[in-house]
Design a protein around this ligand. Structure first.
Ligand code: C5P
Length: 223
């Protein structure tokens, strides 16, 4: 089939995941969280004693974990070697180390290849897919008919992340988030970048439902 792809990039806490899931549900599309794949890779490295500060060690180990994604927006899943790691990949230790792992070119090669397979499969067997991450509009699916760059002020993003993680220390969350965005935006390979052909959506003053409605409208117009 001629599957429809919506590509969404943006920094941490910009509302990508909630927006992507909501849009997928509204239009019966699949949903792929590529950040979960980098997190799963990082979790595997940490639990297998790989020194994540050593890019060569990370590159050598990168082909070993088998990462499997469930792409139903109502129940997305992530498994590593058959183990459900949905909870484990959201821990502070994974969040603190994911940028180092995702900056290793071999890691990106492997995961981008897998992401393209998942997208092709979804397009062949369903109406399409919403894919979110940092390099979807630039590297993974630059041909997508809808490309979006979600932003929000650092304060708004820190507020949202803190609420998600049920943390009360908004300042610490803000600091960690700004640091991770800095690392993700300045790495050599596939940095988080806003391309001119992606539509920028500043979600700072908008509710989630408003953002979803806007994206659904853009998608319907592009179809
Ligand atoms: O989206 P999330 O915050 O879960 O992503 C976790 C990390 O995975 C990011 O901080 C980034 O280092 C990496 N990532 C990436 N490319 C993507 C998606 C995520 O490098 N497409």
């Amino acid at each position: 089939g001629e599957g429809f792809v919506i590509a969404i990039d943006g920094p941490s806490g910009s509302g990508k995941s909630s927006t992507a899931k909501g849009v997928a549900r509204a239009r019966d599309l699949k949903y792929l969280d590529t950040g979960a794949m980098y997190r799963a890779m990082t979790w595997w490295m940490l639990t297998h004693g790989i020194d994540v500060s050593d890019p060569e060690a990370v590159a050598e180990a990168a082909p070993r974990p088998v990462i499997t994604m469930g792409i139903d927006p109502d129940a997305p899943t992530v498994h590593v070697d058959g183990v459900d790691v949905a909870q484990e990949i959201r821990t502070d230790i994974v969040t603190a180390n994911v940028s180092a792992v995702s900056a290793v070119p071999r890691v990106r090669e492997i995961l981008v290849a897998r992401q393209r397979e998942i997208i092709a499969e979804a397009c062949a067997t369903s109406p399409g897919i919403v894919v979110e991450g940092r390099d979807i509009t630039t590297v993974v699916a630059p041909e997508a008919p809808v490309k979006l760059f979600l932003t929000a002020s650092a304060d708004a993003r820190a507020q949202r992340r803190s609420r998600e993680m049920q943390s009360t220390d908004v300042m610490a969350t803000r600091e960690a988030l700004v640091r991770r965005d800095q690392l993700d935006s300045t790495r050599a390979v596939a940095p988080l970048t806003q391309t001119p052909d992606a539509i920028e959506l500043d979600t700072t003053g908008l509710t989630l439902d408003e953002v979803i409605a806007l994206v659904v409208k853009l998608a319907d117009e592009a179809r």
